[in-house]
Design a protein around this ligand. Structure first.
Ligand SMILES: NC(=O)c1ccc[n+]([C@@H]2O[C@H](COP(=O)([O-])OP(=O)(O)OC[C@H]3O[C@@H](n4cnc5c(N)ncnc54)[C@H](OP(=O)(O)O)[C@@H]3O)[C@@H](O)[C@H]2O)c1
Length: 359
């Protein structure tokens, strides 16, 4: 496979650090540029991150002495150093939209973790196992932006990375309605217990904007391309409640679902066990071999035991049973900063390379 030079925009942040760690020994990608805010620009990566390094492994040696660029002021320079960038920045929505479009217009494709462009109709929001064909909209987006190479592709919100994969292969039964309650880790807010001690022994029943994303983003992922935009699906109807819980990493979800044609529990488990998607077919380097793992044990999946399954890229499911109000209920778990953030974006980057969009 061809080697690609990549940049990390927002490299000093929580998700940016994950990118750095995941890309350290990546077989296709070599990190050649790091960028963050003007506060970090001009410092080495080691200096810019300072005491904020939160990963369990040390700062990658290959990146520690790279000079951090200013993500907004050095776009042309960064674009000349890389084939594409991964982006995860904490800025206002309109600023992120403008920043990502500026990279795309500098002919530097952007694979983004940010939510700013998720609603843009010609920006594909892709989980490679679910809707890899949505990348075909990139042609229309390039036409709109007036670019030859540049485009923006995004991954979806971390809250839905466990239940959308579990529900996706069940759509053949005519999924009509879904209720999801999520129990979300504090790293989803870029925090740990040192930086957010109020979360110890506590649950906060509100995560700004999260319920809307959890209900609306699956509809785009299950939508279809029509002309130069992605038209959202109109069913199932989804309702969500998202809670912050005292867990470092790993978002759990309790899910209820109904169908036009109710499947048996055995059918569902067999479908989950046999499900694989484009990421597995293409044998992308970050793809889990088994995307969906079903546990027969009543007390699994557990956050601490199961979030790191297959490098944090697999989804674990358990407790499937009939429900009295809906047809079925189950629980599921995914790692929010791996599959749900940087890992999911790296996998999307790999898909886009394999599909030829980064050439
Ligand atoms: N944490 C998660 O699990 C998760 C999951 C999915 C998506 N996301 C999204 O990913 C993004 C980053 O999240 P995070 O948790 O990594 O945030 P974070 O830890 O606060 O990091 C923010 C990053 O943005 C940079 N930045 C801030 N202001 C900037 C500016 N004006 N210009 C350029 N860069 C700027 C920071 O650089 P400095 O160090 O120089 O300030 C830092 O690198 C957010 O949009 C978030 O919603 C996060």
């Amino acid at each position: 496979m061809k080697q690609y030079k990549v940049g990390i925009i927002g490299a000093t942040g929580m998700v940016g650090q994950r990118f750095a760690t995941l890309l350290e020994n990546h077989p296709w990608f070599q990190v050649t540029a790091l960028a963050a805010s003007a506060r970090s620009a001009g410092k080495t990566y080691r200096e810019a991150v300072g005491k904020r390094w939160l990963m369990s492994s040390p700062i990658p040696e290959k990146m520690a002495d790279l000079t951090v660029y200013d993500a907004a002021a050095d776009i042309e320079k960064i674009a000349s150093l890389v084939d594409f960038v991964f982006c995860a920045v904490d800025m206002k929505k309109e600023e992120i939209k403008a920043l990502e479009e500026a990279y795309a217009k500098a002919e530097c494709p952007v694979v983004s973790n940010n939510s700013a462009h998720r609603g843009t109709p010609d920006v594909p929001m892709v989980v490679p196992e679910i809707n890899p064909e949505h990348t075909e909209i990139i042609k229309a987006q390039r036409n709109r932006l007036g670019t030859k190479r540049g485009f923006i592709a995004v991954k979806s919100n971390c809250s839905l990375q466990s239940y959308v994969p579990a529900l996706h292969p069940l759509k053949e039964f005519g999924l009509t309605k879904v209720l999801a309650c999520t129990y979300q880790a504090i790293s989803g807010a870029g925090k740990n217990f040192e930086t957010w001690p109020e979360m110890m022994d506590n649950v906060i029943p509100y995560i700004g904007g999260e319920e809307e994303k959890s209900e609306q983003e699956p509809m785009k992922m299950w939508g279809h391309i029509e002309g130069d935009c992605i038209v959202n699906a109109t069913s199932p109807s989804i309702t969500a409640q998202c809670l912050r819980v005292p867990v470092s990493d790993g978002h759990m979800a309790a899910v209820f679902a109904s169908f036009e044609k109710k499947p048996t529990m055995e059918e569902i488990i067999s479908i989950w066990k046999n499900f694989s998607g484009e990421a597995q077919r293409l044998q992308l380097p970050s793809a889990p071999k088994q995307f969906l793992h079903y546990f027969e044990e009543n007390d699994r999946p557990q956050t601490k035991l199961d979030r790191d399954m297959e490098g944090g890229m697999a989804v674990s499911i358990g407790r499937l049973r009939p429900d009295t109000q809906y047809d079925i209920k189950f629980v599921c778990l995914s790692h929010n900063t791996l599959r749900g953030a940087a890992g999911g974006a790296v996998l999307l980057g790999e898909l886009l390379c394999a599909q030829g969009y980064m050439d």
